[in-house]
Design a protein around this ligand. Structure first.
Ligand SMILES: [Zn+2]
Ligand SMILES: [Zn+2]
Length: 316
C-alpha cells in the first residue's frame, strides 16, 4: 500500500518526537542522584569520574562538601537535597580551589557561608578569573554556562568545627598535597571522611598544582583516623583501600620518576618512558600520566636547586 506524502510525514514527525523524548529522558537519567552512605550522610557522585560532592543533614540544616562540577549538576544537587530533607543549606565547604569543586556554589546559595582553607580563598581572590578561563576551556562552553568565582566567607588555617547537632563535621588541614590548601571533612560519628582531591579512586589525579612528596605524608596522617567509609574527590567511595591504593599510586609514580631523575634522563624522555601498568585501567591514565611525571620531575629539580617554594605549573 502506498501511504502517500501526508501519512509519511506524520509518521516521520511521530518518530522524531519519540526519538526526542528518548534522548531527553536519557539526558535527565544521566544526572546523578544522592546515594546514602551513612545515617544523614549522602554522596552526590560525579559522572564518568567527575568531582563528587557530599551532603550532611544536621539538626538545623545541611552542609554540602564541594559545589559539584557544573552549574547544571549543582542545580540537580539542590533538587536532590530537597528530596531528602526540607532543611536549608547552611554551609558549603570548598575542599580546595579547583573550579569543578567551587565554581557552581551560587546555585546552592548557602545561608550561613562558604568555608575553606585560607589559601583557597587567597588563590581564588588572586587567580580565580584565570582559573575560570582554564576550567571553561577544559569542560567546554556548554557545560560551564553560569559558572563563576565565588569567594569563601569563612576561612581557617588548620581546623574548623561545624556544630551540626548529632552529626558534627570537623574540617582540617594536614599539609600540602593536591594543592597548597586541601582540607578534609571528617565525620567522627559516622566514621566517614570526605578527602576532596587528596584521594582519587580509579582515576589518575590532576597534579598541576600538587606537591608530590608532601602529598604522600599528608595521606599518611589521614590514614590513622578512625574511618570505615572514605569518599574520594573523584571516583567510587569505599573503605580504607581508597586511601591506601591511591597512596600507592603516588609512591610508585614518585619512585619511578626519582630513578629517572637520578640517572639524569631528560624530562621529555622520562615522560615517554615511564609507564605504571598497574594503573592502566584508571581513567585519564594515558592523558595525565606524562603530566604527572613532569610535575614530580620538576619538583625534584626545584628541591635540589633549593627553590624556596614550588608553585603552580600551567596545564599541559
Ligand atoms: Zn577535582
Ligand atoms: Zn582538584
Amino acid at each position: 500500500m502506498n501511504l502517500g506524502y501526508r501519512p509519511r510525514l506524520v509518521l516521520w514527525i511521530a518518530l522524531l518526537v519519540v526519538w526526542g523524548l528518548a534522548a531527553a529522558s536519557a539526558g535527565a537519567a544521566a544526572l546523578p542522584s544522592l546515594e546514602r552512605v551513612a545515617p544523614d550522610v549522602y554522596v552526590f557522585p560525579g559522572q564518568d569520574g567527575d568531582a563528587n560532592a557530599g551532603v550532611v543533614v544536621g539538626d538545623e540544616g545541611v552542609v554540602v562538601i564541594d559545589s559539584s562540577p557544573t552549574p547544571e549538576t549543582a542545580r540537580r544537587l539542590a533538587q536532590e537535597i530537597k528530596r531528602v530533607t526540607p532543611k536549608p543549606i547552611l554551609y558549603v565547604v570548598f575542599t580546595h580551589f579547583h573550579g569543578d569543586h567551587t565554581f557552581s556554589v551560587h546555585e546552592l546559595a548557602p545561608t550561613k557561608g562558604i568555608i575553606a582553607h585560607v589559601y583557597t580563598k587567597d588563590y581564588l581572590a588572586e587567580h580565580g578569573a584565570e582559573h575560570l578561563k582554564e576550567y571553561r576551556a577544559r569542560l567546554g562552553e556548554a557545560n560551564t554556562q553560569g559558572a563563576k568565582v565565588t569567594l569563601p566567607t569563612i576561612t581557617f588555617p588548620d581546623m574548623y568545627s561545624i556544630p551540626l547537632g548529632k552529626q558534627p563535621v570537623l574540617l582540617f588541614y594536614q599539609g600540602r598535597g593536591h594543592t597548597r590548601g586541601d582540607i578534609v571533612a571528617y565525620l567522627p560519628t559516622a566514621h566517614l571522611l570526605f578527602t576532596g582531591d587528596l584521594a582519587y579512586a580509579g582515576r589518575v589525579p590532576w597534579m598541576g598544582d600538587a606537591y608530590a612528596k608532601e602529598w604522600q605524608q599528608t595521606l599518611d596522617r589521614l590514614a590513622v583516623l578512625d574511618v570505615t567509609t572514605i569518599v574520594p574527590g573523584h571516583g567510587k567511595y569505599g573503605g580504607m583501600p581508597v586511601l591506601t591504593t591511591f597512596r600507592e599510586y603516588l609512591t610508585d609514580l614518585y619512585s619511578a620518576v626519582f630513578v629517572a631523575w637520578m640517572v639524569k634522563r631528560p624530562i621529555e624522555a622520562a615522560k615517554k618512558e615511564i609507564q605504571l601498568p598497574k594503573y592502566e585501567s584508571w581513567l585519564k591514565y594515558k592523558e595525565w600520566l606524562p603530566a604527572n611525571v613532569e610535575r614530580v620531575y620538576r619538583e625534584l629539580t626545584a628541591e635540589a636547586e633549593g627553590a624556596p617554594s614550588f608553585e603552580t605549573m600551567p596545564a599541559p
